[in-house]
Design a protein around this ligand. Structure first.
Ligand SMILES: NC(=O)c1ccc[n+]([C@@H]2O[C@H](COP(=O)([O-])OP(=O)(O)OC[C@H]3O[C@@H](n4cnc5c(N)ncnc54)[C@H](O)[C@@H]3O)[C@@H](O)[C@H]2O)c1
Length: 246
């Protein structure tokens, strides 16, 4: 029986990851987390509808150290272990570099990068003691290539990839793996707000000529989280329709 915790899983990619982990049998217990516990209700209901799956929810604000410390400890108690952690919570506050306020910079770095660090630190201690665990970080194609208008976001995702590799190096000897998934342009609430002109421009540089689905990201996460990836650590899997081939 494996227990997974997914941050920012009230909706979007996080919710799809919870459902894929459960449906594929990679995790039998899922802890759904987001800023507010009640936001998680729909994800929890969808998970409980899957036979043999147990789901609980937690309020966990990844940018708040006390919330992370308490939330990860509670998550480990809920089902008696913590085997899989997915650092999925993320936000954008786009602006051109020369107009970017320090506040926008801090908000994005606090949630996307410091949040993943705090969750990894707390979950890492539990996994090292158990001598087993898998951490998957949701990065982005722009963390590999940069993106005009996203200095804060691309820096946070590039930092997250470096954090993934350091986690893999420090925890590998204790049986804990850490990998990242770098999605390209995925249909979700985060991207639906973008102007049509931006979407058309993105499509023109995607060899597969379509945007990805949240399920496409979730399937890569489920592979990395599972024992099928038992000897895979410190890697970044791109799910981007060929938009970037590093
Ligand atoms: N949609 C895309 O095209 C795309 C591409 C590359 C990477 N990503 C990454 O995938 C992840 C999920 O994105 P999405 O598209 O599902 O976006 P989304 O906005 O639909 O979901 C993000 C979730 O994170 C939660 N969240 C925000 N701040 C939080 C905090 N402080 N603590 C805990 N949870 C918090 C939100 O409440 C929300 O449920 C993000 O890390 C994002 O950067 C998305």
């Amino acid at each position: 029986m494996k227990t997974a915790l997914v941050t920012g899983s009230a909706r979007g990619i996080g919710r799809a990851i919870c459902e894929e982990l459960a449906r594929s049998g990679v995790a039998q217990n899922v802890v759904v987390c987001d800023v507010k516990k009640e936001w998680c209700d729909e994800t929890v209901a969808a998970l409980r509808a899957i036979e043999g799956v147990k789901a609980e929810s937690l309020a966990l604000d990844v940018s708040d150290e006390a919330s992370v410390v308490a939330g990860v400890a509670e998550a480990a108690k809920l089902f008696g272990s913590l085997d899989i952690v997915v650092n999925n919570a993320g936000v954008t506050r786009d602006d051109l570099l020369v107009r970017m306020t320090a506040e926008k910079w801090d908000t994005v770095l606090d949630i996307n990068l410091k949040g993943a660090f705090l969750v990894t630190r707390e979950a890492g201690k539990i996994m090292m003691r158990a001598r087993s665990g898998s951490i998957v970080n949701i990065a982005s194609v722009v963390g590999l290539m940069g993106n005009a208008g996203q200095a804060n976001y691309s820096a946070s995702k590039g930092g997250l990839i470096a954090l993934t590799k350091t986690t893999a190096r420090e925890l590998g000897g204790r049986g804990v793996r850490a990998n990242a998934v770098a999605p390209g342009f995925i249909d979700s609430k985060m991207t639906e707000v973008l102007p049509d002109a931006v979407k058309q421009q993105m499509l023109s540089v995607i060899p597969m000529k379509k945007f990805g689905k949240v399920e496409d990201v979730a399937k890569a996460v489920a592979f990395l989280a599972s024992d099928n990836a038992a000897y895979v650590t410190g890697q970044v899997i791109s799910v981007n329709g060929g938009m970037l081939m590093p």
